[in-house]
Design a protein around this ligand. Structure first.
Ligand SMILES: [Zn+2]
Length: 140
């Protein structure tokens, strides 16, 4: 197994009403970007369902410079209904994210939980909340 130094939280940059999951994102990444598979390892739908993306054993495509040593989790949402960046996640998503990250931390205890935007040079709001502060608050 590759070494995991980061668990990186992302958003899909979709509106709250968009009920999308791994299948849709896979389609965007494969057909839209021309990648061989979805870039994330997990996707959390609006209803809190966790869907598998790329197998964790494989290097993803979600954070420049750190794909090799990270796991990528994508939350559906991240915008408001007008399309502006917003922390717009559902209670079910927060619960699922906490459970998923806690499970990953049992396997990759030294992995740092962080947001996409926390990497240097990232000019996006992704995931539209302070993931490090959230992880600290949740004891992750
Ligand atoms: Zn991102």
């Amino acid at each position: 197994m590759r070494k995991i130094n980061y668990i990186v939280i992302h958003c899909a940059a979709t509106k709250p009403s968009a009920d999308i999951g791994a299948a849709e994102i896979r389609k965007w990444h494969v057909e839209g970007n021309g990648w061989r598979d979805i870039g994330y390892h997990f996707v959390i739908r609006r209803n809190g369902t966790v869907e598998d993306g790329r197998p964790v054993e494989q290097i993803g495509a979600h954070v420049s410079g750190h794909n090799a040593d990270s796991i990528g989790i994508c939350l559906a949402g991240g915008l408001d209904e007008t399309g502006r960046a917003k922390n717009s996640y559902t209670p079910e998503q927060w619960k699922a994210l906490k459970t998923l990250v806690a499970t990953l931390k049992t396997k990759y205890a030294n992995a740092k939980v962080t947001g996409h935007r926390d990497f240097p040079g990232v000019k996006k709001d992704c995931p539209c909340f302070d993931a490090q502060e959230w992880a600290f608050r949740e004891g992750l």
